[in-house]
Write a protein of this length. Sequence first.
Length: 201
Amino acid sequence: MKNKNKLFYLVATSIISAVVLAMTFIPNTGYITIIPNSIEITTLHIIVCIGAFALGPKYGAVIGAVWGISNMLRAFTSPLFILFTNPLISVVPRILVGLFAGLVSSALLKKTKLPLTVVGVITAIVGTLTNTVLVLSALHIFGDMLESYKEMYKIFQSIISTIISVNATIEIVAAIIIVPAVGVAIFKAMKNYGIEIKRKA
């Protein structure tokens, strides 16, 4: 049973990570352009939150790392994303998205009797806010660190209020709707196949 559980978690993590990679590089799936050459809305936080919700903090952090690394690699393809070539901006916050969302999910599953849907909603909120707060904070702290970033950092400063008001609102609403629905479906599949749901944080 233990080996069966471990295999399931590894396979599930691999599949979700593959989805993250595909959505990163397929246009307007993982990153949806709102204003050309300026503002994008990400949907990848939703995938990471789903993984963290269903699989826990360890695997959530792994999926978050895949998101962060792929985001950093994507940043090298366009001057628009140059700030995200810094792993302190692109990678570290995304690892923490999966970790924090998974920790919250695990704690609620172990210590409360809340319905899975409610746990999913809370996980989605935590993951989305973690992404928004940490990425914007990292941009503010590290965006002006290197000389080559300074021009893009000035542009970022000019649109920060729009990013917070528009992006954060859309991203959190989408996550609240999708994460519980998909996460609960995964839990049902896990139960049907005899996979252990309770896990150590």
